[in-house]
Write a protein that binds this ligand. Structure first.
Ligand code: NAD
Length: 372
């Protein structure tokens, strides 16, 4: 886990808008986050950087070197969704910015909370869980070999997919989950619990190692309970009784799938935030993709992106022991909650508000008296 560094006079945060609905929701999130930061006395310099299909068109690279270099000088950044299925792997310069950045900056922990938000219609109530997903290895072909790709086409009819599981990655993701469970327990004044999700019954070595690491780390957290569940049973219990879970920790692919499922439990992918973090940097990135079916129509829900930036502010608050960053996160979350409570909802939540109308409603709560 990262130790906290000296408080900064100002924070440099990159803005990478991404594809599809990215250019619709990222600027809204940044604008509102900036307002919240100012009100909390947090100084942020936002640095817009090229990424995605637009960057490919202009610079021949979906993740240009100049972007990567600039990010090294940033404390963190916001990455909008990327339309990865349109990236042709046969063309050079068509890298998946999301996976590449996670690996390049060792953003090993993907924290994906799912909780009910005020006045957001959903199938369940009182859901308040977090999926903690290992981000740097597993079955993801673009990040588990040094060069090339870990999906091998043996014949036109046979594919071998390699999965990597290391003790180091398992231990640090377990550590992250226990630290998070401890913080949540303090905030909620109840005991913390971590549930390790695995398939050690079938993937005996890989998931066996993951489970053993979770148990070893648990011995250092006597105040946090550990239990475990097979991934298939976890999917079942999540739809039966999601309130039973606190922090779920798991490997990359299971975490990717279960966190989308968890978003569905509390209303929409449009309200599901996430943060990718390592010891030195963090990347705010909503759980959802580029939503090509609604891109360009001005109705995307920016909530997930806004709350992802709030998570980035919270991370800055912990990393630099800076209460102004924590306060900026709190104000942003509160303003989103207040706008939702007032019934302002985008179509994914059954409402008729446009992205801009929802943004105005949040802005009015952040800065009463500002232009509506
Ligand atoms: P998706 O998340 O883009 O869309 C799934 C459904 O959720 C769609 O109906 C969409 O309209 C809706 N939705 C998503 N975000 C929304 C929002 N903010 N407001 C309202 N509705 C929203 O998933 P997909 O269709 O499987 O993927 C589309 C593309 O996105 C693919 O190229 C995929 O590879 C990519 N993708 C990127 C990321 C990322 O960059 N983080 C994550 C997942 C998928």
């Amino acid at each position: 886990m990262s130790s906290s560094g000296p408080r900064q006079a100002a924070y440099r945060l990159g803005v990478l808008k991404g594809d599809g609905i990215g250019p619709e929701v990222v600027p809204v999130a940044v604008d509102l986050a900036d307002l919240s930061a100012r009100a909390a006395g947090l100084s942020v310099e936002w640095v817009e950087l090229p990424v995605g299909l637009e960057a490919y068109g202009q610079l021949g690279d979906t993740l240009p070197q100049q972007t990567v270099e600039a990010l090294h000088g940033c404390h963190g950044w916001v990455l909008g969704p990327v339309e990865h299925h349109r990236y042709d792997p046969r063309l050079s310069g068509m890298r998946n910015p999301s996976g590449t950045l996670r690996r390049l900056f060792d953003l090993y922990a993907n924290e994906r909370p799912a909780r009910n938000l005020p006045a957001v219609p959903s199938r369940y109530e009182a859901v308040d869980l977090v999926v903690v997903r290992e981000n740097t290895e597993g079955f993801y072909a673009d990040r588990n070999v040094l060069e090339g790709d870990a999906e091998v086409l043996v014949t036109p009819d046979v594919v071998i997919s390699l999965r990597v599981v290391t003790r180091r990655a398992c231990e640090r993701i377990a550590e992250y989950a226990f630290q998070l469970a401890r913080r949540r327990a303090r905030l909620r004044a109840r005991p913390g619990r971590v549930t390790a999700v695995h398939k050690a019954n079938v993937l005996r070595r890989g998931d066996g190692l993951f489970l053993a690491c979770c148990r070893a780390v648990a011995s250092r957290y006597p105040d946090v309970a550990l239990d475990d569940v097979h991934a298939d049973a976890a999917a079942y219990f999540l739809v039966r009784d999601p309130q039973r879970y606190d922090v779920l920790v798991t490997t990359n692919l299971f975490g990717d799938i279960l966190s989308d499922q968890a978003a569905g439990l509390v209303g929409s992918l449009g309200v599901a935030p996430s943060l990718n973090s390592g010891d030195e940097h963090a990347m705010a990135q909503a759980v959802h993709g580029s939503a090509p079916d609604i891109a360009g129509s001005g109705v995307a829900n920016p909530t997930a992106e806004i709350l992802s930036v709030a998570m980035l502010f919270e991370w800055l608050g912990r990393r630099f022991d800076d209460p102004a960053a924590t306060e900026a996160a709190r104000r942003l979350e509160e303003a989103v909650g207040a706008a939702l409570s007032a019934g302002v909802r985008t179509p994914d939540l059954g409402g008729s508000a446009t992205t801009a109308e929802f943004a105005r409603a949040v802005r009015a709560r952040l800065a009463p008296g500002s232009m509506l």
